[in-house]
Ligand binder design. Structure first.
Ligand code: GDP
Ligand code: MG
Length: 827
């Protein structure tokens, strides 16, 4: 059927049957809306209102009378609310010379993907909408709004801004859009003022897609004649959404030199559905890869009771678009030296990456261009040409190969996880985290003393497999002969053994950074290690570490002994153990779903890493202990020893570290340097906490509210009994991030516990997350003092605050944090 449906950019003749919509602005209505928006604007972050919007003002650079306009931006999630004064995505107003308010740019009402919200479920689309249905390709560039101001200035905006960034910066989307407009108007002998007047007479905003690969390359190709401004809509500048029928939009495009957006008109929604589903099969239409369609029609929540209004929904295709996007992200990761993470299309993506690697190695400029979004499409097309495949086939290939050797559904036990690493890469940290999450065994080579350690080490590992499905064989295995011994002995002792390598990649470009980071970590570890008491014998350990790095033999997956590994997972030693834990778990989950059927949630992983970072080994032996009897040999004690129960130190709501880190990054990006100094310092000295929590109540203050403490304790006991884990999750509690408050010693985030039924409360005066402290002399619990001072006197003096623009609400895990013995962590 798809072949019989033709996309046309010429509905001009049938345009006659459509009436041009027109409606004037009602200044009173607009004033009311602007007031309402103003009351919800989050400039100072003081708004307690239900929805919030961001107001930004711009002076229109091209306006001779210096007109100022305001952009109003809602948060994406707020578009699902029912109480917004307008649902326009892209909404700008101004004050006219007579003082009244006026809408100058009006985007489309926010529209949703099929199935994304209730209204866009097929049932509803089938029963509540009416045609004609106008299907256009979901163009893939950047949206540009155009309208005319009171002084005949042509206003050109991108979604939420207009004008330049400043004299020295690269052109903005709005700048490039305006250049295209000038070009197309010149070709017709028309002026920007002509277009401004026409749009103003219509009380309308023209909506176009800027598609220009030479400026910015997206997923689909727009070069040469294909580049330009694609007009796809004309909206009335009214709070309610009124938009032109597409044939009229195409007429307007012809008259003003825009490129036209191809269009399919259909009357029957069932045919629309069939058509979309058929296109989704191929991800292409008329031989061109597309991302999806936008469908314009009219909707009412109840056809018998309420009037129809203009309404859009979108229908996005999965493939090969998603595969292309994955390739693009992986290529960028490859160039940046990061891990390439991907789950779908494994085989073809791997081949693509091998191809890309070779091409990039030959041509360094390609890498640079690629990071600037150039050459993405040509690289992909070269690969497809080389494979003699089209995108749809390549994406489908995986389905056929779903049982590719990468996914092993048989292995559920007898797994030995063996790092290939050097000292300080985080082997033990990742091991401890895995073991606490999954109850796996852990054998540390450092705990094996005496002579002929290698075979005894492997035997200890294999023995662990009787206690659990997997064991972490914690040893460097930096050299091939060690790997050979490990794999051979494992397989000799257990025929069913599956040996998985964790390859901490030491590429040539990276090795100095690896060296530096590992050194720093090990120095920070001080004497807390079995064989390397760094604080005591500095030079000795540096030599030992360097020795490992020098002898390090990278994995050679296609030749023995490394080809005997059942699977190899690449890790980045500089990425940090939290990130590496994530990679290991994701990869094991994908490759051995029976071994690791369910992913833990991010907070559980944060907690596991934090505990691992706090771990201190009990055994200590001298570095020369291979050749002489250890002086201070203690009885061997591995982590498998049952620990004596530790008391609860405090209760906390853990929140995902990645969300906190990205919120902080965003918040501090636009802060002047002198005000973001502490943040920069904390990051530079690695004193941002690896894991974040809101303290609910601490043992030390339990007497302030013994009932609450007892309630928490009894919940914790019940859960511990049920799960066997004293720090098991006790419940969920949403955490709303409000602002960052800091002086020059300590930084905290003021939060709100969004727990509807009030189960979870904090006894701290101000609920907060400690971000980090300047050095060990500043204890995290001093956040309380900082916030007390802030509460009393506000900002000023040493105390600063940065209010989060978008109030993030995070899902938190409530759990107990157990005492760590003598070195206690006080929140
Ligand atoms: P191994 O020698 O490979 O076993 O490395 P460890 O796991 O013992 O890590 C070396 C030191 O670095 C320990 O003190 C860890 O607590 C610390 N460490 C591990 N991972 C990280 C990390 O991601 N960030 C920081 N800052 N320290 C880490
Ligand atoms: Mg170790």
């Amino acid at each position: 059927m798809a072949s019989s449906v033709v996309m046309s950019t010429d509905f001009g003749q049938s345009a006659d049957q459509f009436k041009v919509p027109y409606e004037e602005q009602d200044p009173q209505e607009v004033t009311k809306i602007v007031k309402d928006l103003d009351a919800h604007a989050t400039k100072g972050g003081k708004s307690r209102a239900k929805y919030s919007c961001r107001k930004t003002s711009y002076e229109v650079e091209t306006s001779p009378t210096g007109i100022e306009i305001f952009s109003w931006k809602f948060q994406d999630q707020d578009y699902k609310r029912r109480d917004l004064p307008t649902y326009a995505r892209g909404f700008f107003t101004t004050r006219k010379s007579d003082g009244s308010h006026e809408i100058v740019i009006r985007g489309y009402d926010k529209f949703f993907n099929n199935d994304e919200v209730n209204e866009t479920k097929w049932d509803n689309i089938l029963s509540r909408t009416r045609g004609p249905y106008e299907l256009s390709l979901k163009e893939n560039g950047c949206i540009i709004f155009i309208s005319g101001l009171e002084d005949d200035t042509l206003l050109v905006c991108s979604k939420h801004s207009t004008g330049s960034r400043g004299a020295s910066s690269a052109p903005t989307h709005a700048n490039v859009g305006e250049q295209w407009l000038e070009k197309q108007l010149n070709a017709l002998g028309k002026t920007k003022a002509d277009l401004a007047r026409d749009l103003r007479a219509r009380n309308a905003t023209a909506v176009a897609e800027l598609c220009d690969d030479s400026f910015e390359e997206h997923i689909l190709a727009y070069t040469g004649d294909l580049a330009g401004l694609y007009l796809h809509g004309i909206n009335l500048n009214t709070p309610k959404f009124h938009t032109y029928p597409s044939p009229l939009v195409q007429n307007f495009a012809t008259n003003w030199g825009f490129k036209k957006t191809g269009l399919i008109m259909m009357d029957d929604i069932k045919k629309v559905k069939d058509f979309l589903e058929e296109c989704a099969e191929t991800g292409a239409h008329e031989g061109r890869d597309v991302e999806g369609f936008v469908i314009r029609c009219q909707e009412t929540y109840d056809p018998n009771r309420a009037a129809f209004h203009d309404w859009f929904f979108k229908y996005k295709f999965d493939e090969p678009y998603l595969m292309y996007r994955q390739w693009r992200e992986c290529t960028k990761a490859l160039i940046a030296g990061r891990n390439q993470r991907y789950k779908k299309h494994r085989k073809i993506t791997e081949e693509y990456l091998n191809y890309a690697k070779k091409r990039l190695a030959k041509n360094p400029k390609l890498s640079k261009d690629y990071m600037q979004n150039h050459g993405i499409i040509s690289l992909r097309n070269e690969f497809l040409a080389y494979k003699q495949m089209d995108g749809a086939d390549a994406a489908k290939m995986e389905e056929l190969l779903d049982n590719s050797p990468d996914v092993n559904n048989e292995v559920s036990k007898d797994v030995i996880i063996a790092p290939i690493a050097t000292i300080g890469c985080g082997k033990t940290t990742v091991a401890l985290a895995l073991c606490s999450l999954f109850g796996w065994g852990h054998v540390q080579n450092d705990n094996i003393t005496g002579k002929v350690r290698p075979p005894r080490f492997v035997r200890a590992c294999i023995n662990e497999l009787t206690n659990g499905p997997a064991v972490f064989a914690d040893r460097n295995n930096a050299q091939k002969h060690e790997r050979k011994q490990l794999i051979k002995d494992c397989k000799d002792l257990n025929r069913n053994a599956t040996v998985v390598a964790l390859h901490f990649v030491h590429t040539e470009e990276k090795v100095e950074e690896v060296r530096r980071i590992c050194r720093e970590r090990v120095i920070a570890r001080g004497d807390n290690h079995q064989t390397i008491q760094a604080a005591t014998d500095q030079q000795k350990f540096i030599d030992v570490m360097d020795g490992f790095i020098t002898r390090f033999e990278p994995v050679d997956p296609f030749n023995p002994p490394d080809s005997y590994f059942d699977s190899i997972i690449d890790l980045d030693p500089t990425a940090g153990s939290r990130a590496n834990l994530d990679t290991v778990i994701k990869e094991l989950h994908t490759r051995y779903p029976m071994l690791l059927p369910k992913m833990p949630n991010p907070v559980e992983m944060d907690v596991a890493i934090q505990e691992a970072l706090d771990y201190k080994p009990e055994l200590r032996h001298n570095i020369k202990s291979h050749t002489q009897r250890p002086r201070d040999k203690l009885p061997e004690r591995g982590p498998q020893q049952p620990r004596k129960p530790r008391p609860v130190e405090f209760f906390a709501v853990g929140v995902p570290a990645s969300d906190i880190n990205s919120a902080l990054e965003k918040a501090f990006k636009e802060i002047p340097t002198h005000q973001s100094r502490l943040y920069t310092q904390l990051k530079g000295t690695r004193r941002v906490q690896p894991q974040f929590h809101v303290t609910l109540m601490h043992r030390a203050t339990s007497q302030q509210n013994p009932q609450l403490w007892d309630k928490y304790i009894s919940l914790q006991k019940a859960e511990a009994e049920k799960t066997g884990r004293p720090d098991a999750q006790l419940g969920e509690c949403d955490v709303l991030l409000e602002r960052v408050v800091y002086d020059d010693r300590i930084m905290a985030i003021v939060v709100r516990l969004a727990d509807a039924d009030g189960t979870w409360q904090t006894t701290n005066k101000v609920a907060h997350i400690t971000v980090g402290t300047r050095d060990d002399s500043v204890k995290p619990k001093e956040s309380n003092d900082l916030l007390a001072a802030w509460l009393e006197n506000g900002v000023g003096g040493n105390i600063h605050e940065v209010v989060f623009e978008n109030k993030l609400q995070l899902k938190g895990n409530v759990h107990a944090v157990l005492s760590r013995g003598k070195e206690q962590y006080r929140p």
